[in-house]
Design a protein around this ligand. Sequence first.
Ligand code: PGA
Length: 256
Amino acid sequence: MIPRKKIIAGNWKMNKTQAEARVLVADILQDIGRFDDAEIVLCPPFTALAAVSELLSPVSNVRLGAQNMHEAASGAYTGEISASMLRELYVRYVIIGHSERRQYFHEDNATVNRKTKAALAAELRPIICIGETLPEREANKWKNVLETQLIDGLVGFTDKELADIIFAYEPVWAIGTGKTATGAQAQEAHQWIRQILGKRFSPTAAEKVRIQYGGSVKPENAKELLSMPDIDGALVGGASLDSRGFTAIIKNACLE
Ligand code: PGA
């Protein structure tokens, strides 16, 4: 089995001013100390990226991520942010196709494909979010939904590109609702995702890919979820806004 380093990301969504972000990051860095057992990614809103970037050391295991980007290199796209603007702030990761972007901003699998292409071209590592809604889960359509999201989102990519992509399985019914998938449910979905990737790409490339779980991850459920063989990390929303909670998730999930 190929070992996969766990990756825990905090998605702050539309929360934290620059001043609040500085306080949160200082607290996280203090609580976490030197911690090399997992990669940690902080995804503040665009307006706090520079402030957070200044607090992170280039050699630290804590990295900077953005929550979104536009696929064009530059131009007349009022209100949008390009990959090179993120790179200038030492951003290394970018969340693509979060369910809130899909739901409120009409992003679809073709958008995800274009943004992922642009992110990779700029040497940003995309965290591609996929996941089914409650009606899709209840109608037992989740496998088809995940397959379509993956196949359509990854059109044109090779094994080499897959190696730089991270996936986040986020069942929409578990995001911000307090409802979490059980370890067994999440493992079943992650295994399915890896199986699809193994058919679309090479089995070795699929074996190396890291797949995060997201949706109401908390200190209390992190260990069960992250002890599953195909769960390689977490994308944490609400609980990442509190340093104690976020660092407890990291420690619970990654320390034996
Ligand atoms: P949540 O959000 O942890 O608040 O459910 C997760 C996410 O949307 O990435």
